[in-house]
Design a binder for this molecule. Sequence first.
Ligand code: FAD
Length: 486
Amino acid sequence: MEIPISELVLADPGLPVPNPTNPYWLQPPHSLSRTQSATLPSTTDVVIIGSGITASSASRTLLENHPTYHITVLEARTLCSGATGRNGGHLVAYGGLVYSDLKKNFGEEQARQTVKFTFDNIERTKELIAKYGKDAEYRDVTRVRGFEDNATFESAKKSIAEFEEDNSDMAGMYRIITKEVAAKMYGVNSIVGAVLFAAGALWPYRLITNIFEHLSEKYDSRLSLETSTPALEIIHDQSASSHPYLVQTPRGAIRASHVVHCTNGHSGCLLPKIRGALFPMRGSMTVQDLEGRVPNRGDHMSWSLHHAPKFDPSTGLTQIGTFYLQQNHHSRLFFFGGERKNATETLTADDSVESNTSVEGLQEKLSTLFGLDPGVLSRVVSSWSGIMGFTSDGLPLVGKLDESVTGRAGRSEWIAAGFNGMGMSMCVLAGERLAKKILGQEDVGIIPGAFEVTKERLETSLKSEISVANMEAIFSSTIGREARAK
Ligand SMILES: Cc1cc2nc3c(=O)[nH]c(=O)nc-3n(C[C@H](O)[C@H](O)[C@H](O)COP(=O)(O)OP(=O)(O)OC[C@H]3O[C@@H](n4cnc5c(N)ncnc54)[C@H](O)[C@@H]3O)c2cc1C
């Protein structure tokens, strides 16, 4: 029986499940993967919940910018085992390709700030890769963004034109090519056209675990990394003025001055009032071997394919319409993600389950993309799922949380979450600049105003009703048809 979209979107995401699928990226596990102190500290200055790219960035910045602060990272499972350890490994700022929508929804200034933020984030992330990513296999690549339908291609071209007209200082980053050029020069087939731009590809788990390793060595006495330690509840105790937050875990409670939510798709678990406005979406990833049937272009190219959401009445499944691909230049293996499944399988925070139909869809699409005989499928080396955090207005939540949002007294809860499946383009700067705000620094750098969790945003664009309507537009019209198709 289909569950209504509103129920799926508004559901408590709960804690990360204890038995997730096993991503290729997490093998072998880092030596800190299961690290924890013999005893949980009883007091800390800042509790950071989560241990992905955002948490690593916030932790690093707090430790580097404060002489004495003690930081405790609480991770429900193993280190970096959330979306950051399960994603496609693309370092891509969508910039001009999403500019028109940003401008329409948030105005020209916020659109410019958001795009600039992602470009700056890419540069900052690359600095960290240069410092800590020795084995993260980073490559500067040309991204080939292929479009499977004319409407999507035309709207991308229009957005680029508007972006370049409004921002002449950032013009010239995109090259629009025909389907013939895409096939001949870049090996991409079954599209109506493509856009080329600069991007990066890497092994994010290695970068983030290396950063945590560096921090735990350098700030041994000031950083507690506590894996297998979910934050179960946050209580604000006004009687304890310097460390008023009490964060409950199965290993005991910890007192803190600040609490930072870096919990992405799970944020609604400890922040029930944002459920629905920020909701989980399960994504599918595969590693596939085409066994030498196409050239190895992994050191200089990555690919994505796009089309409007599509329902297939013969299977009852929906393709959301975004597929992302990189090739590891050493192993020649393809890392390919995207969806072909129904709403119930998508709008969930449970990454212990994989979507077989998405995996099959990704096998078929890899052959079509490279113009291979559709009957010749790759060998699937690995597949897994991961949880993204989506928001009603497509922007993340970065900033301080008001009591009306936390439902608790106290003004020292912070959030950086809800990166809408594009966190590699935002998380490092989001974590960094949020940490500087926590420290009360003046020169923080810009966090786009549209990312803040303001009363106005909560009353206008950050609303569960909008998420429900957005998801219904993708899935709901298909639900009756899904049922009939069964
Ligand atoms: C399949 C997939 C493919 C993707 N591909 C790309 C891509 O190619 N490029 C890109 O830019 N983005 C991609 N993304 C999105 C990107 O991975 C995320 O936006 C980014 O990793 C978010 O990082 P984070 O640190 O905020 O969250 P996460 O990495 O999800 O970390 C959150 C952590 O919080 C922990 N946690 C949650 N609740 C609690 C609790 N109560 N107590 C303790 N711990 C808790 C979780 O276990 C998790 O480790 C993809 C995501 C998925 C799932």
